[in-house]
Design a protein around this ligand. Structure first.
Ligand code: SF4
Length: 458
């Protein structure tokens, strides 16, 4: 009973968060930067911030996450961090030799008001950035937004700094995959390849944070979009941004900067959202949908049909990031589950409106909140219990206290593996999600069944 003090009396709270349902902007910025090949993320702030961001990513991916820090002390906190950053850029290129450094700010450096563009320009003028190497940056103060907006800002910075328009169109499309797992980025690339659509996927953390054990440490693994690929994005036929919050800003920036038309779609989680993604790939690239994709879709549909009796009418509580929750809610509603408590820690009114539309047909009241916390979500569950909870690792405390089955999904997952290797996007990802949901529901049914109805075949 770790959360034994949670009461079911919901109070109106404005200035207090209890158990936040989000992390800070630089974590998302660092994650996006790792999706650029031979890139060292750099945290412009104190060592403590950087240690927290690195350790959260390391614990989620079970991979060593490297990043530099400007190591602010009292002097930099008062007079600004210019000298620290220029020294850091010099040290990083001299010692670690990455192709590119991605600088993100922290609460402290944003409050001081450090101008990173100006500092990076000064580093270039004074010869600290070697020929053919790059420094780019995103502002990520953590007193606004969340890890998702940090990811979005760093991804947009890739466009702002590198996208070029040569005037000669290329037969390729840009796919901005959103804040998803390396396994999901890999799956998105696989689907594009199956459809014979040449794609530049950015950022791309596959083979960076889910690489193989080779017995040899590589500071900059094989994966990641290259700077040369990023430069070509301005000549692509179109852009698909997956997830409005995480990918929308970069997709629109590319449209504005290089006139590459964009479509911003939901993350392809679940059958309907994946249909829209596949159809957009088909129409933007002018290709046909191959049989392999139709077969995968049919398999997902078959599982839904076979096991529908176990999904029907099950109440679910969801917590996580907005882009994921929108698609996941739609998926659950499409298989006749009833998501009744849906909360994200990332603020945004549009989220609430969209979820209300998706859940309009569900019988009974539905609680939705953007910018809420896990304490409130727990209170909702106490007042209206559910059959299943879906969310990140922190949900395990509520699951234990309330004795409700729980499926891990989202960020961070600190106590299980699999998320880096098995996608939840696409039709195959949908099958994996259903497998996890069914396992949780049927394990509970087995546990609670009296002997006379303990079924062998389900
Ligand atoms: S000070 Fe700001 S940037 Fe640093 S860890 Fe805390 S919330 Fe994140």
């Amino acid at each position: 009973m770790l959360l034994r003090h949670t009461t079911n009396k919901v109070a109106d709270r404005h200035s207090l968060t209890v158990n936040p349902a989000k992390t800070c902007q630089p974590i998302g910025a660092m994650y996006a930067a790792l999706g650029v090949h031979s890139c060292l993320p750099h945290s412009h702030g104190s060592q403590g911030c950087c240690a927290y961001h690195r350790s959260t990513l390391t614990r989620h991916y079970k991979e060593p996450v490297m990043a530099g820090t400007s190591s602010f002390t009292e002097g930099a906190s008062v007079f600004g961090g210019q000298a620290n950053l220029i020294q850091a850029i010099d040290n990083i290129f001299t010692i670690y030799n990455p192709q590119v450094i991605a600088v993100h700010t922290t609460c402290l450096s944003e409050t001081i008001g450090d101008d990173i563009s100006q500092i990076a320009a000064k580093a270039g003028e004074s010869g600290k950035i070697p020929e053919g190497k790059y420094v780019f940056h995103a502002g990520t103060p953590s007193y606004v937004g969340s890890h998702v907006t940090g990811f979005a800002s760093m991804t947009k910075a890739m466009v702002d700094y590198f996208a070029e328009k040569s005037g000669k169109k290329r037969r390729q499309i840009n796919i901005i995959p959103g804040y998803v797992e390396p396994s999901d980025m890999e799956e998105i690339k696989r689907i594009a390849k199956l459809m014979d659509v040449p794609a530049v996927v950015f950022p791309d953390t596959s083979n960076v944070l889910n690489g193989p054990q080779t017995g040899k440490y590589e500071m900059f693994p094989q994966g990641g979009v290259t700077i040369d690929q990023l430069k070509t994005t301005g000549d692509s036929m179109g852009t698909l941004g997956l997830g409005k919050l995480a990918s929308g800003p970069a997709a629109h920036a590319l449209d504005t900067k290089c006139k590459v038309p964009c479509r911003v779609l939901d993350l392809p989680i679940g059958i309907k959202a994946t249909d829209r993604f596949v159809d957009s790939l088909r129409s933007v690239a002018g290709v046909n949908v191959p049989d392999e994709i139709n077969i995968e879709r049919g398999r997902l549909l078959d599982i839904i049909t076979d096991m529908h009796q176990y999904f029907f009418g099950k109440k679910v509580a969801l917590i996580g990031d907005p882009d994921q929750l929108i698609s996941l809610t739609e998926f659950l509603v499409s298989i006749d589950m009833w998501p009744i408590h849906i909360l994200t820690g990332t603020p945004g009114k549009k989220f609430e409106k969209r979820i209300r539309e998706i859940t309009a047909e569900i019988p009974g009241p539905v609680n939705v909140k953007a910018g809420g916390d896990m304490f409130l979500w727990h209170q909702w569950i106490k007042n209206d219990p559910v059959d299943l909870m879906i969310g990140n690792t922190y949900v395990k405390y509520i699951s234990r206290d309330e004795d409700i089955p729980f499926v891990r999904f989202g960020f961070p997952i600190l106590d299980r593996v699999g998320h880096s290797y098995f996608p939840t996007v696409g039709y195959r990802g949908g099958i994996r999600l259903l497998e996890k949901i069914l396992d949780a529901i049927l394990d509970r049914q087995d546990r609670d069944a009296p002997e006379e109805s303990f079924e062998l075949v389900m």
